[in-house]
Structures are given as C-alpha cells and as structure tokens.
Design a protein around this ligand. Structure first.
Ligand code: OAD
Length: 256
C-alpha cells in the first residue's frame, strides 16, 4: 500500500486536529448500494426522480413511492459496511476530533461504528407521518425480497391516520435545520475535510467542502473520477474509497 497516497495529503490527515469526513453515495457503492448519477447503474439513470422523490410524487402515488423506498431500505438492510466505512471509524480514534457528515440515507456509517453521524438528507430508517410529522415506530425489520417496482401501501400514523412517508429529504424540501447548522459549523472550524464519493452537484450539501476550503482547511476529494481542484490546499485522489481510505489510514497512522 505504501506510496498510494501523496505525502502532502498524508500529512494533512496526520496533523489534523479536527477532521471532517463528508460522504456521498460513492462511499457505499462498494457495499452494493447504487449511486445516483453514474451512467447505467445510477438510480437517477434508471428511475425518474419526479415520479419518486418529491412531496408531489408521494401525493400522486403514495404506494409507488413507498414501495420504491422500501426496496431501497431492503438493499441497505442486506448490505454491510465496507473498508471505507471501517477506515473512517479507525481515523476517528487517531485524530483529536472527527465529524462525519453524510448525504447518504443508509446507516452504514453507524453500523461500521461511527458515532453521531450528521445526516443531511435524512434516513431511510426514520419514517414519519406525511400529515402530522410524528415519527413512525412500526418499522418492519425483516423486509421481504421485493422488486423495485412493487407498489406498497404506506402504513398509517397511529395518531392522525395520515400516510407514513420515508424519512428522507425530497427534491423541493429543506434540509433538516439542525443537521445543516452542525455541518456548516464543522466545515467552518475543521482543518482538513475528506470529501468522499460525491458528485458535489446537489445544493446546499455541496457547499460543505467549499465552506471548509474558504475557511482555510485542506480539502481532499476521494473519487473514482478525477475532481477538478481550484488551487493549493485542495487535492484529488482518484480511486475506490474502499482502497484509498484504508491506504490513507495506514500511511498517516502506520500500525507496523
Ligand atoms: P452521486 O451518484 O451524484 O455521485 C456519486 C459519486 O461517487 C460519483 O462522483 C462517483 O464517481 C463516485 N463513486 C462511485 N463509486 C465510488 C467508489 N467506490 N469510491 C469513490 N467514489 C465513488 O451521489 P451523491 O453525490 O451522493 O439526494 O448525490 C447527492 C444527492 O443526490 C444524494 O444524497 C441524493 C441524490 O439526489 C437526495 O436523495 C436528497
């Protein structure tokens, strides 16, 4: 593994006092969870977000939307954290402070062992009432193997009988305020940010690495595609997160 990561990047991580790890769908790709925008395999290449990922879509056809998100929740339930998720947990034990901010709606960071993950786009595992907002407690844990197109009538809220919706952020919705506030605060005060497996096109989440950079932090993009960098202090590491993160960990904090 030695030499995979340039020395300058290794040093940024090694001497970091507050490291932010900002993740997108690419960090879960090696666990078998599809990303959104990659040609052929991306979810938004195969499915229409207008039909599936907005309040209007849910109003129009709640069973279609609920069924699709239950299919995604089933995929996540079957998946396991990969070496990238695990390396992030290890990094947290080596630097004075580490904050995980994710755009992902899966729970693979938590299952790997990361604590206090900031979810900017909500979670597949926290459904709530579409009408009154109350958290829904009756989540099924042993989901059956269902195809992506199977319609499923959403459960009903115990308080108001409204339809239960997935706990994710849809197009046209605000991000959870407290999560965004905490994420911006971490981005402003960190000295190094790793931006892993994200296309960086969805606002306002995509601002997080920019805010870190504007505030003087080093920003390292880890992506299978090269990411354009704007100047000193910003780096692009090209490769799979499941290989580069363990290599970075080993080079910054060698165990043997
Ligand atoms: P995208 O699908 O837009 O981007 C995934 C990125 O991961 C791409 O840049 C890939 O090149 C990269 N990638 C793929 N496999 C990788 C690997 N093994 N290692 C490293 N990089 C890899 O996903 P996001 O940027 O997460 O929002 O998308 C942002 C938001 O758009 C999502 O949170 C979702 C979506 O609409 C909501 O649902 C609100």
């Amino acid at each position: 593994m030695k030499g995979l990561i340039p020395d300058q990047i290794t040093k940024e991580v090694q001497y970091s006092c507050h490291l932010v790890v900002f993740t997108g769908a690419g960090v879960s790709a090696e666990s078998g969870i599809p990303t959104f925008r990659e040609a052929q395999t991306g979810l938004w290449e195969r499915f229409d977000p207008e039909e599936l990922a907005s309040p209007a879509a849910f109003r129009r056809d709640p069973a279609l939307v609920w069924g699709w998100y239950e299919w995604r929740r089933m995929q996540v339930q079957k998946a396991r954290p990969n070496p990238a998720h695990l390396a992030i947990v290890e990094l947290a034990q080596r630097v004075p402070k580490l904050t995980v901010i994710t755009q992902n709606v899966d729970d693979l960071h938590e299952r790997a062992g990361s604590a206090e993950v900031i979810h900017l786009h909500g979670s597949l595992h926290e459904p709530r009432c579409f009408a009154c907002g109350r958290a829904y407690a009756g989540v099924v844990t042993d989901l059956k193997d269902q195809p992506s197109s199977e319609r499923l009538e959403p459960p009903r809220c115990a308080r108001c009988n409204g339809r239960v919706r997935p706990g994710v952020v849809w197009f046209g919705e605000y991000l959870p305020q407290q999560a965004m506030r905490s994420a911006l605060d971490a981005a402003r005060h960190c000295d190094c940010l790793l931006s892993i497996g994200t296309s960086g096109v969805v606002m306002p989440a995509a601002r997080i690495p920019e805010v870190a950079l504007e505030n003087g932090a080093a920003v390292v993009h880890v992506n299978v595609q090269p990411v354009e960098v704007s100047g000193p202090g910003e780096y692009s590491l090209v490769g799979r997160a499941g290989e580069l993160l363990p290599a970075l960990l080993q080079q910054a904090f060698p165990t043997s």
